[in-house]
Write a protein that binds this ligand. Structure first.
Ligand SMILES: NC(=O)c1ccc[n+]([C@@H]2O[C@H](COP(=O)([O-])OP(=O)(O)OC[C@H]3O[C@@H](n4cnc5c(N)ncnc54)[C@H](OP(=O)(O)O)[C@@H]3O)[C@@H](O)[C@H]2O)c1
Length: 315
């Protein structure tokens, strides 16, 4: 009898995991990462609802959750600054309203209604230090306290992460310098537009590897903090050299020093390697950032060749 009950419970668990879920995604309508997540959940047959309420509007958020009755909530919404995070230095109240008050509204409702929430946060909350020197191969782990205080955007993310860890139903995921096949977006989109750039190794998130894991982790209702980066690092020049090799041979770039960069920025930028070990313990086959980026760019180039397009047409 006991064996039958255990078997039935297992089958029920498997069926529950396979049933289509309703996923409410903040940032799913217009966000770079949110739209990609919406697509991935839909591809797996889940019922995706892209939120229309603004995070800071508590009543709207509450009504939208009640109307949708989601099985999972994803928060891929927030202010990232336009054209970049320097914007947050001069718009502190707007940044606090969306990225802290808004995110906490959602966290609070998810807790009250007992719904699992996945938060898409940032890994840009660490910078190289004596214990984690540049190119030293020692990444910051999830247990180590963030040490980067150089931008208002990052300060807000650190504060939020601290509050969110008090909620037992939240999965806090740290994306860093995202790269995907949409080469005009994310890290490549940014650095190909710069006149001059620094050359520093960083952990990066190749979204084609990382976002399917986000979907799986949400469905499994995992909680806690994870560095969502590929193992290893890529420097700005390594990224651009691969870009030149496969996508745009005419592309040229010029480096400058961190001191020279500081003169044109309002806020400092967080350069660091994050440890991918916690993520690798669950998903051991994540390719290195370098191998993954090279394979992605090679694929884009060969798809362009097949369609007899120049890689330029893809940009
Ligand atoms: N892209 C990066 O380089 C990067 C790196 C690491 C981490 N992240 C993190 O990943 C998350 C998503 O980033 P992303 O690159 O996808 O950003 P994104 O393309 O700028 O999209 C942000 C999304 O958030 C929505 N949004 C902004 N303020 C909102 C509010 N108050 N209420 C409701 N929705 C709001 C926007 O909707 P509207 O269009 O309607 O305003 C948009 O859909 C952010 O938390 C970001 O910090 C991004």
């Amino acid at each position: 009898m006991k064996k039958i009950i255990v078997a039935l419970a297992l089958v029920a668990g498997i069926l529950e995991a396979q049933t289509a879920k309703t996923i409410l995604i903040f940032g799913g309508k217009t966000g770079y990462i949110g739209q990609k997540l919406a697509h991935l959940f839909s591809e797996q047959g889940h019922n995706v609802v892209c939120a229309t309420s603004r995070l800071e509007n508590r009543e709207e958020v509450n009504l939208e959750i009640l109307a949708t009755q989601p099985d999972r909530i994803i928060n891929a919404a927030g202010i990232t600054g336009r054209p970049n995070i320097d914007w947050c230095e001069t718009h502190k109240q707007e940044t606090i309203r969306a990225n802290i008050l808004g995110a906490l509204n959602l966290a609070d409702f998810a807790y009250v209604y007992n719904i699992h929430l996945t938060y898409i946060g940032t890994g840009c909350i660490y910078e190289y230090d004596e214990k984690h020197p540049m190119a030293g191969g020692i990444g910051f782990t999830e247990e180590e306290a963030p040490n980067f205080n150089g931008s208002f955007y990052s300060q807000g993310k650190i504060a939020l992460e601290k509050f969110q860890t008090s909620y037992p139903n939240i999965l806090n995921l740290r994306i860093k310098m995202p790269i995907s096949k949409e080469l005009d977006k994310g890290f490549i989109g940014k650095i190909t537009k710069y006149k001059k750039l620094v050359n520093i190794p960083n952990s990066m998130s190749i979204l084609e590897d990382i976002l399917p894991l986000v979907v799986d982790m949400s469905l499994r209702e995992l909680t806690g903090i994870f560095n969502m980066v590929n193992p290893g690092t890529l420097s700005h020049n390594q990224v651009l050299d691969l870009y030149k090799k496969y996508i745009n041979p005419q592309f040229t770039y010029e480096n400058f020093t961190l001191e020279e960069q500081a003169k044109i920025l309002i806020a400092r930028r967080a350069n660091a390697e994050l440890s991918a070990n916690k993520l690798l313990s669950l998903y051991p086959n994540i390719p290195s950032a370098h191998n993954s980026l090279e394979a992605l760019l090679k694929k884009i180039a060969s798809q362009a060749a097949e369609k007899k397009l120049t890689t330029q047409t893809l940009l």
